[in-house]
Design a protein around this ligand. Structure first.
Ligand SMILES: C[S@@+](CC[C@H](N)C(=O)[O-])C[C@H]1O[C@@H](n2cnc3c(N)ncnc32)[C@H](O)[C@@H]1O
Length: 276
């Protein structure tokens, strides 16, 4: 089961309470939504992955919940269709949930060696990770690893993929792990994390979705409304930081809030809360 990250901080900073309207744009396994509901808030929750929505079961005793499958880049249309605006708070908890990585079957984790390299979170994504690895040129693969994950071994990785993809019937997680291990020999783990991140970002268009969603989110806020974003790598956080700075929005606290370094699932988390 997924453990929600920086839960207390999110509930407090978004000031969840009775009669408050909050959009949880990344419902996942419902951890944050449950806490917002328990505080009495009315929640519109969105997730791109239909499995996350169909798996959820909860008796609601406080607040109210509307659950929608969709991409948070369409936050304005989704909120308007649900007649859920203006709102008091909007949460983005980026990345993937525990079950998606563990049992999703889409090749999102480098630990599931037999899975196909699909990585699509919904049907709107046209290209799978396997198709990218088969079709991209060496230059495009290297650019993807660098641009989506700042992987310093981007060039040798791209070169090895081009050689090793020839004659392969199926490119599985195990195949990609083998390629990475042959390039990042002494310490492959961090490279594996970044390679899988780069592919997931590419397949699901994650950076552009976030940029679009942040713009939309601000237009839905009521007078004292706030946006909270939890990101898990520096490239995501950079998008949020730049967005706040470029629009002159006000961040709560000079520094963001960092996850507990002692907790494996939380140690890379960075929370920024801001308002107009
Ligand atoms: C880290 S999990 C959220 C966990 C959740 N806060 C909880 O406590 O269970 C991130 C979720 O965001 C979803 N997601 C990723 N990109 C999305 C997007 N563009 N639109 C909507 N949901 C998205 C993923 O499918 C995943 O379920």
């Amino acid at each position: 089961m997924h453990t929600p990250v920086l839960l207390k901080e999110v509930v407090e900073l978004l000031e969840a309470g009775p009669d408050k309207k909050i959009i949880d744009t990344t419902f996942g396994e419902g951890g944050h939504s449950k806490a917002l509901l328990a505080a009495g808030a009315n929640v519109l929750a969105i997730d791109r992955d239909i499995t996350q929505i169909s798996n959820f079961k909860l008796q609601i005793s406080k607040g109210s919940l509307i659950l929608k499958q969709g991409n948070f880049r369409d936050i304005v249309a989704i909120a308007k269709a649900a007649d859920f605006a203006p709102v008091d708070g909007i949460l983005f908890d980026l990345g993937l949930s525990y079950e998606q990585l563990k049992t999703g079957g889409k090749g999102l984790s480098y630990k599931n060696m037999n899975e196909p390299l699909d990585m699509r979170l919904d049907d709107s994504c046209v290209t799978t990770a396997e198709q990218i690895l088969r079709q991209y040129t060496e230059k495009n693969l290297a650019h993807m690893f660098m641009h989506n994950a700042e992987e310093i071994l981007a060039a040798p990785l791209a070169k090895h993929i081009l050689i090793q993809r020839v004659g392969q019937e199926q490119l599985t997680v195990g195949w990609l792990v083998g390629v990475v291990n042959s390039v990042a020999k002494s310490n492959p783990r961090p490279t594996l994390t970044r390679v899988f991140q780069a592919l997931r970002v590419e397949v699901n268009n994650e950076f552009e979705n976030l940029e679009q969603a942040l713009k939309g989110a601000l237009s839905l806020l009521g007078p004292k409304g706030k946006v909270a974003v939890i990101s898990f790598h520096s490239l995501e956080d950079r998008i949020v930081k730049r967005f706040i700075r470029e629009h002159g929005y006000i961040q709560i606290g000079k520094k963001p809030i960092f996850g507990d370094k002692g907790l494996r699932f939380e140690r890379s988390a960075v929370l920024r809360v801001f308002h107009v």
